[in-house]
Ligand binder design. Structure first.
Ligand code: THU
Length: 132
């Protein structure tokens, strides 16, 4: 799948964002190794820390359907520059596919593409756990 198509999926998913508190709507589209695409949006909550980012929404959908390896994720928000995943999302993306391409973009089309591992240098990973 071409980047522009994955971005189009993310843009569509952003329409479903539930962001009444921050008013910052984010969409994500995750491309699995199987070829399937899993979309996500941010889902906020009156208890603020209970909210979830678009990226982890998409990862949760994929993993719950048996897909755990990914080639790319597109993330879109109305940010000034390319919409960058938060630290927790970087950790979760690295958990599954550190080599995946993270396509960060905004509504104007400003885009930055990096590997998930580049977004989290020196990450703590499963190999750091004693019994891994
Ligand atoms: N957010 C995401 O969903 N993904 C990002 O990449 C950045 C931030 C959400 C979390 C929260 O609902 C809102 O954007 C403002 O931080």
């Amino acid at each position: 799948m071409e980047d522009k198509d994955l971005i189009a999926h993310a843009r569509e998913a952003r329409e479903y964002a539930y962001a009444p508190y921050s008013r910052f709507q984010v969409g994500a589209a995750l491309h699995g190794r199987s070829g399937r695409v899993y979309t996500g949006c941010n889902v906020e909550c009156a208890s603020y820390p209970a909210g979830t980012c678009a990226e982890r929404c998409a990862v949760g959908k994929a993993v719950s359907e048996g897909e755990t390896e990914f080639t790319a994720i597109a993330v879109i928000g109305d940010s000034q520059g390319p919409c960058a995943p938060c630290g927790i999302c970087r950790q979760v993306l690295c958990e599954f596919s550190p080599d995946m391409r993270v396509i960060m973009t905004n509504l104007e089309g400003d885009t930055l593409i990096l590997a998930a591992s580049e977004l989290l240098p020196g990450a703590f990973t499963k190999t750091d756990l004693p019994d891994a």
